[in-house]
Write a protein that binds this ligand. Structure first.
Ligand code: FE2
Length: 295
């Protein structure tokens, strides 16, 4: 069993590094840590970085999770290899580029690029953004999944992820008390589907809502409240077709034995308790067999 301790960073290819950095600083509210011609490191909390833009194919995304020890990383590589995953150790350069001691790379059953990292660098400096969106930290990703049920088995049996809730086929998975650190949405492709940052309060979600509208950033969903995690959310467009989310008030699951995951139907009210309608393909309504019968 691979014990994932934390979600650590996302790496996203971009067709225009300058534009992506400008967006991250001026719109999203991240802090630029360092950059060169091919990579820009940004952070949203006290860790060294939580998002990297690279001058790579905008369809190329990877997500990193932290493991607890060198022995665990080694055991994870063996376990993945034994179960038929193509797994490799990151090169010295790749580790330097990720600011980690060591790392392994593989794909989930859908083909999403996943990295397991050991001893990722922390920052000795307070997070200081150029736009104050009141971000408290990078918190979760949505992933495109060609088979959410297969991917769910991988994350919950090979790894320590637990299902917090389902919306239709899509599992919302936790690896710590936070309701979800990843969600797997049915899709025809792979990659990161959205990137979530938590913000301090409901007021901050609303402040960003008006700010983003003024900046002509397309709002994709919300403001609303997820009935699953209880979080108040706002989804909006980022560079290269990525969707970003601010949310606040995500539920913490502290009693692992008492908690039972719930299955929500694939209807709009499963995504927003207030009636906001998503303009996001993966969240859009699929008619359920029950409704066909009613009609
Ligand atoms: Fe989300």
């Amino acid at each position: 069993m691979i014990s994932l301790k934390a979600i650590r960073y996302v790496r996203l290819g971009t067709s225009n590094l300058d534009d992506a950095v400008r967006y991250a600083k001026r719109i999203l509210g991240l802090e630029l840590v360092r950059r060169d011609r091919t990579m820009a490191y940004l952070r949203s909390d006290s860790r060294d970085h939580t998002l990297v833009y690279t001058t790579d194919d905008p369809q190329n995304h990877s997500v990193a999770f932290e493991v607890g020890s060198a022995a665990e990383l080694e055991a994870a590589a063996v376990e993945l290899d034994n179960s038929g995953h193509v797994v490799r150790a990151a090169t010295k350069l790749e580790c330097e580029q990720r600011w980690v001691d060591s790392a392994i790379m593989f794909s989930d059953p859908s083909g999403n690029a996943i990295e397991l990292v050991l001893k990722p660098a922390h920052s000795g400096q307070r997070y200081f953004p150029s736009r104050d969106a009141a971000i408290t930290g990078f918190s979760h990703v949505g992933l495109h999944s060609k088979s959410p049920s297969k991917d769910e088995v991988f994350w919950t049996t090979m790894c320590n992820a637990r299902v917090s809730d389902w919306i239709g086929e899509a599992p919302l998975l936790r690896i710590d008390p936070v309701h979800h650190r990843m969600a797997l949405f049915p899709s025809k492709r792979t990659g990161v589907q959205h990137v979530n940052h938590q913000v301090e309060s409901f007021d901050d979600v609303m402040r960003s809502y008006y700010f983003l509208r003024e900046q002509n950033v397309k709002i994709r969903f919300g403001p609303g409240r997820h009935p699953t995690s209880g979080a108040i959310f706002l989804y909006f467009d980022g560079p290269d077709g990525m969707i970003y989310e601010y949310s606040t008030g995500v539920r913490l699951i502290t009693d692992e034995n008492a908690y039972r995951p719930r299955a929500f139907a694939t209807v709009p009210t499963s995504y927003c308790a207030w009636g906001s309608r998503p303009d996001i393909a993966e969240f859009e309504r699929v008619e359920s067999p029950r409704e066909s019968l009613d009609a």
